[in-house]
Design a binder for this molecule. Sequence first.
Ligand SMILES: C[S@@+](CC[C@H](N)C(=O)[O-])C[C@H]1O[C@@H](n2cnc3c(N)ncnc32)[C@H](O)[C@@H]1O
Length: 347
Amino acid sequence: MKEKWLMLTTIPGLEETAQDEAIEKIHPSKYKIRPENIKGRLSIKISEKHLEKTLRLRSIEYIILLLKTFRVDNTRKALETIYQNMYNTSLQQLGPSFRITCERIGKHQYTSIDVQKTAGQAVVDRYGTKVDLEKPDTIIRVDVIHNTCIIGTLLNHQPLHIRYKRIFHHPSALNPIIAYAMLRSTKIQPQDKILDAFCGGGTILIEALQNWENIETVGLDINEKYIKGATLNADMAHINKKNLRLIVGNACKLEKFLPSEWKPNKVISNLPFGIRSGRKKTIPNIYKDFLTSLKTVLAPENKICLLTTHNRLLKNIADQLGYNIIKEQQILYGGLTCWIIQLTLLR
Ligand SMILES: C[S@@+](CC[C@H](N)C(=O)[O-])C[C@H]1O[C@@H](n2cnc3c(N)ncnc32)[C@H](O)[C@@H]1O
């Protein structure tokens, strides 16, 4: 069976997670994270028979079937190089219509639109295929990352983070790729009791229940509207409700709101950052009261995985309260630098 080179895109900072998942599920014969130093990318070589399975990976966004990689400079002369390379690229699976999309990172004397127009013209000149910006049969990616240009075709037209039709949109909804990476990092096992104490629209727990069996989950949010929204989202994702409890409650008083006797051993939450709500000043107290309250309900063996933009604050508070910091991982998410912090409380 033939092998193909793919380039997978993910959240910058989650490349190792994507690599581990790919090794586990699609057995690449070769792989490299951040090829050419490109953040948020992973290139893998896999057998053609595993191509379909790649579409079911949870930690990647797009799959690009690699056709060509070459150097470009940052002057407008690069557009000629892109035209020539695109013209000379054999597009065996080109459908009746196509569109070019471009991700461009770095300083160049040309824009992404220039790249799209130039590469698109080359395809029209060589194949006479029509452009369809709305619903093309083929999407060709022409990415320019600093001085590297990558040409390929997209295997998925819809980003893979769309798992189901979210009927409720939380204003700070988490990308499910990050939710998956956080869950995976805690090594979820059957019988785990998973708490998201700031569950919003339910992203983390829905992701957990879609990927792991025989787990119990509880989600808490102070805002009733979000709990109702999370319930609707869980319905849309066809989640078995018997393993999901959603409660209106305060994460700073977990002992009051969690079902008695229910002791979580995994706590995975996307903490409020206070940026959108404009209540940054309240964040230190929320973090402190949450971690204080968490100590009263945690199972003896536990793992806690929290996403925050306030990494130093969280680590200081956790340290003062006797938590151990196991790992921290920096990611770039929606233009913000965030940290995934893993903690445990030893008893
Ligand atoms: C960053 S959002 C979580 C978004 C969620 N991960 C999602 O994908 O929809 C943080 C959530 O924490 C909730 N929150 C803030 N303070 C809280 C508290 N003291 N107790 C419980 N929830 C709280 C907010 O209502 C908000 O929904």
